[in-house]
Design a protein around this ligand. Structure first.
Ligand code: SF4
Length: 223
Protein backbone atom coordinates (compact mmCIF):
# COMPACT_ATOMS: atom_id res chain seq x y z
CA UNK A 1 0.00 0.00 0.00
CA UNK A 2 2.64 2.62 0.90
CA UNK A 3 4.50 1.54 -2.27
CA UNK A 4 1.38 2.04 -4.42
CA UNK A 5 0.81 5.52 -2.98
CA UNK A 6 4.46 6.49 -3.39
CA UNK A 7 4.52 5.18 -6.99
CA UNK A 8 1.47 7.20 -8.04
CA UNK A 9 2.78 10.32 -6.31
CA UNK A 10 6.05 9.95 -8.19
CA UNK A 11 4.26 9.31 -11.50
CA UNK A 12 2.01 12.33 -10.97
CA UNK A 13 5.00 14.57 -10.20
CA UNK A 14 6.99 13.21 -13.15
CA UNK A 15 4.62 13.29 -16.14
CA UNK A 16 1.33 14.79 -17.19
CA UNK A 17 -0.70 11.73 -18.22
CA UNK A 18 -4.05 10.55 -16.87
CA UNK A 19 -3.60 8.05 -14.04
CA UNK A 20 -5.77 4.99 -13.41
CA UNK A 21 -5.75 4.22 -9.69
CA UNK A 22 -6.09 0.79 -8.16
CA UNK A 23 -4.66 -1.54 -5.56
CA UNK A 24 -4.15 -4.87 -7.29
CA UNK A 25 -4.69 -8.17 -5.52
CA UNK A 26 -6.30 -6.43 -2.56
CA UNK A 27 -8.15 -9.65 -1.70
CA UNK A 28 -11.70 -10.32 -0.54
CA UNK A 29 -13.82 -7.80 1.41
CA UNK A 30 -13.75 -6.40 3.99
CA UNK A 31 -9.92 -6.28 4.15
CA UNK A 32 -9.67 -5.85 0.36
CA UNK A 33 -12.09 -2.95 0.48
CA UNK A 34 -10.04 -1.27 3.20
CA UNK A 35 -6.79 -1.68 1.27
CA UNK A 36 -8.31 -0.37 -1.96
CA UNK A 37 -9.95 2.56 -0.21
CA UNK A 38 -6.82 3.50 1.74
CA UNK A 39 -4.79 3.74 -1.46
CA UNK A 40 -7.34 5.23 -3.86
CA UNK A 41 -8.90 7.71 -1.42
CA UNK A 42 -5.54 9.00 -0.20
CA UNK A 43 -4.49 9.82 -3.76
CA UNK A 44 -7.85 11.24 -4.87
CA UNK A 45 -7.84 13.53 -1.83
CA UNK A 46 -4.47 14.86 -3.03
CA UNK A 47 -5.91 15.51 -6.50
CA UNK A 48 -4.07 12.55 -8.05
CA UNK A 49 -5.94 10.14 -10.33
CA UNK A 50 -8.36 10.30 -13.24
CA UNK A 51 -10.05 6.91 -13.19
CA UNK A 52 -10.30 4.26 -10.48
CA UNK A 53 -10.89 0.56 -10.12
CA UNK A 54 -11.33 -1.61 -7.07
CA UNK A 55 -9.69 -5.00 -7.48
CA UNK A 56 -11.56 -7.30 -5.12
CA UNK A 57 -11.76 -11.05 -4.87
CA UNK A 58 -15.53 -10.79 -5.12
CA UNK A 59 -18.38 -10.37 -7.59
CA UNK A 60 -17.40 -7.52 -10.00
CA UNK A 61 -20.67 -5.82 -9.02
CA UNK A 62 -19.08 -5.32 -5.59
CA UNK A 63 -16.10 -3.61 -7.23
CA UNK A 64 -18.33 -1.20 -9.14
CA UNK A 65 -20.43 -0.48 -6.05
CA UNK A 66 -17.35 0.26 -3.95
CA UNK A 67 -16.01 2.65 -6.60
CA UNK A 68 -19.31 4.51 -6.86
CA UNK A 69 -19.68 4.75 -3.09
CA UNK A 70 -16.14 6.05 -2.65
CA UNK A 71 -16.60 8.75 -5.28
CA UNK A 72 -19.91 9.79 -3.70
CA UNK A 73 -18.35 9.85 -0.21
CA UNK A 74 -15.56 12.11 -1.48
CA UNK A 75 -18.05 14.39 -3.22
CA UNK A 76 -16.55 13.57 -6.62
CA UNK A 77 -19.76 12.06 -8.01
CA UNK A 78 -23.38 13.09 -7.68
CA UNK A 79 -25.28 10.81 -5.31
CA UNK A 80 -27.44 8.35 -7.24
CA UNK A 81 -28.43 6.02 -4.45
CA UNK A 82 -29.00 5.75 -0.74
CA UNK A 83 -26.33 6.66 1.81
CA UNK A 84 -27.35 5.10 5.11
CA UNK A 85 -25.49 6.36 8.15
CA UNK A 86 -26.00 5.28 11.75
CA UNK A 87 -24.58 6.17 15.14
CA UNK A 88 -22.17 3.71 16.78
CA UNK A 89 -24.55 3.31 19.73
CA UNK A 90 -23.56 4.01 23.34
CA UNK A 91 -24.96 3.95 26.86
CA UNK A 92 -27.74 6.28 25.70
CA UNK A 93 -29.07 3.94 23.01
CA UNK A 94 -32.76 3.21 23.36
CA UNK A 95 -32.83 0.56 20.66
CA UNK A 96 -30.61 -2.09 19.03
CA UNK A 97 -29.00 0.31 16.53
CA UNK A 98 -27.31 -2.47 14.53
CA UNK A 99 -30.60 -4.32 14.03
CA UNK A 100 -32.58 -1.21 13.07
CA UNK A 101 -29.84 0.08 10.74
CA UNK A 102 -29.54 -3.33 9.05
CA UNK A 103 -33.31 -3.53 8.58
CA UNK A 104 -33.43 0.05 7.28
CA UNK A 105 -30.59 -0.61 4.81
CA UNK A 106 -32.37 -3.72 3.49
CA UNK A 107 -35.70 -1.90 3.19
CA UNK A 108 -34.33 1.28 1.57
CA UNK A 109 -31.59 0.16 -0.80
CA UNK A 110 -32.34 -0.49 -4.42
CA UNK A 111 -35.21 2.00 -4.46
CA UNK A 112 -33.15 4.66 -6.25
CA UNK A 113 -33.44 7.12 -3.36
CA UNK A 114 -30.47 9.52 -3.67
CA UNK A 115 -30.58 10.75 -0.08
CA UNK A 116 -28.64 10.37 3.15
CA UNK A 117 -30.67 8.59 5.85
CA UNK A 118 -29.61 8.36 9.49
CA UNK A 119 -30.51 5.75 12.11
CA UNK A 120 -29.72 7.09 15.57
CA UNK A 121 -29.88 5.31 18.91
CA UNK A 122 -31.39 8.09 21.00
CA UNK A 123 -33.51 11.18 20.63
CA UNK A 124 -31.33 13.01 23.17
CA UNK A 125 -28.43 13.51 20.75
CA UNK A 126 -29.43 11.73 17.53
CA UNK A 127 -31.31 14.47 15.62
CA UNK A 128 -28.59 17.01 16.44
CA UNK A 129 -25.70 14.68 15.61
CA UNK A 130 -27.31 13.79 12.26
CA UNK A 131 -28.78 17.20 11.40
CA UNK A 132 -26.85 17.20 8.11
CA UNK A 133 -28.71 14.03 6.97
CA UNK A 134 -31.68 14.50 4.67
CA UNK A 135 -33.79 12.23 6.81
CA UNK A 136 -33.35 10.24 10.00
CA UNK A 137 -34.96 8.46 12.88
CA UNK A 138 -33.97 8.47 16.54
CA UNK A 139 -35.23 6.13 19.25
CA UNK A 140 -36.54 6.99 22.69
CA UNK A 141 -39.31 6.04 25.11
CA UNK A 142 -40.42 3.16 22.85
CA UNK A 143 -40.93 5.57 19.95
CA UNK A 144 -39.21 6.55 16.74
CA UNK A 145 -38.66 10.29 16.23
CA UNK A 146 -38.54 10.98 12.53
CA UNK A 147 -36.54 14.05 11.52
CA UNK A 148 -35.74 15.95 8.33
CA UNK A 149 -32.54 18.05 8.36
CA UNK A 150 -32.53 17.74 12.17
CA UNK A 151 -36.14 18.93 12.62
CA UNK A 152 -38.56 16.44 14.21
CA UNK A 153 -41.51 15.95 11.85
CA UNK A 154 -43.31 12.88 13.21
CA UNK A 155 -43.30 10.46 16.15
CA UNK A 156 -44.18 6.80 15.56
CA UNK A 157 -44.23 3.62 17.69
CA UNK A 158 -40.80 1.98 17.98
CA UNK A 159 -41.88 -1.12 16.06
CA UNK A 160 -42.81 1.07 13.08
CA UNK A 161 -39.48 2.89 12.80
CA UNK A 162 -38.27 1.23 9.60
CA UNK A 163 -41.67 1.33 7.93
CA UNK A 164 -42.03 5.04 8.72
CA UNK A 165 -38.52 5.74 7.47
CA UNK A 166 -39.22 4.08 4.12
CA UNK A 167 -42.55 5.91 3.66
CA UNK A 168 -40.99 9.30 4.50
CA UNK A 169 -37.95 8.65 2.28
CA UNK A 170 -40.21 7.99 -0.71
CA UNK A 171 -42.23 11.15 -0.03
CA UNK A 172 -39.12 13.25 0.57
CA UNK A 173 -37.64 12.30 -2.78
CA UNK A 174 -40.97 12.80 -4.57
CA UNK A 175 -42.01 16.08 -2.91
CA UNK A 176 -38.79 17.74 -1.68
CA UNK A 177 -37.53 18.93 1.72
CA UNK A 178 -39.57 22.13 1.94
CA UNK A 179 -42.87 20.36 1.24
CA UNK A 180 -42.15 17.62 3.76
CA UNK A 181 -41.11 20.12 6.45
CA UNK A 182 -44.32 22.01 5.81
CA UNK A 183 -46.28 18.76 6.28
CA UNK A 184 -44.66 18.09 9.68
CA UNK A 185 -46.87 17.05 12.58
CA UNK A 186 -47.10 20.22 14.70
CA UNK A 187 -46.90 18.36 18.01
CA UNK A 188 -43.83 16.28 17.04
CA UNK A 189 -41.13 18.72 18.21
CA UNK A 190 -42.80 19.14 21.61
CA UNK A 191 -43.22 15.38 22.04
CA UNK A 192 -39.57 14.78 21.17
CA UNK A 193 -38.49 17.52 23.58
CA UNK A 194 -40.53 15.89 26.37
CA UNK A 195 -39.04 12.45 25.60
CA UNK A 196 -35.53 13.95 25.53
CA UNK A 197 -36.09 15.63 28.91
CA UNK A 198 -37.53 12.43 30.42
CA UNK A 199 -34.52 10.41 29.24
CA UNK A 200 -32.08 12.98 30.61
CA UNK A 201 -33.96 12.84 33.86
CA UNK A 202 -33.85 9.02 33.99
CA UNK A 203 -30.29 8.49 32.83
CA UNK A 204 -28.57 11.72 33.78
CA UNK A 205 -26.09 13.78 31.80
CA UNK A 206 -23.13 11.40 31.95
CA UNK A 207 -24.61 8.10 30.87
CA UNK A 208 -21.30 6.91 29.39
CA UNK A 209 -19.45 7.66 32.66
CA UNK A 210 -17.08 9.92 30.73
CA UNK A 211 -16.11 12.06 33.70
CA UNK A 212 -15.06 8.99 35.73
CA UNK A 213 -13.02 7.68 32.79
CA UNK A 214 -11.37 11.03 32.14
CA UNK A 215 -10.48 11.32 35.84
CA UNK A 216 -8.92 7.81 35.72
CA UNK A 217 -6.86 8.67 32.61
CA UNK A 218 -5.68 11.92 34.22
CA UNK A 219 -4.65 10.18 37.42
CA UNK A 220 -2.67 7.58 35.44
CA UNK A 221 -0.94 10.31 33.45
CA UNK A 222 0.06 11.99 36.66
CA UNK A 223 1.53 8.78 38.16
S1 SF4 B 1 -25.66 9.61 22.12
FE1 SF4 B 1 -27.44 8.65 21.09
S2 SF4 B 1 -27.14 9.11 18.95
FE2 SF4 B 1 -25.13 9.43 19.93
S3 SF4 B 1 -24.04 7.47 19.83
FE3 SF4 B 1 -25.18 7.43 21.74
S4 SF4 B 1 -27.13 6.42 21.25
FE4 SF4 B 1 -26.22 7.09 19.32
Amino acid sequence: MPLMIAAYRLASATFDHPLHLGVTEAGPPPAGLLKGTAGIATLLAEGIGDTIRYSLTADPVEEARAGRQLLEALGLRERKDLDLIACPSCGRAEVDVIAVATAAQAALEGRGLPIQVAVMGCVVNGPGEARHADLGIAAGKKKGHLFIKGKIVRVVPEDQMVEALVAEAERLVAEGVEARLAAADESAEAEAAADRAALLDEKGLDVNHSSTRIAKIRSRLEE
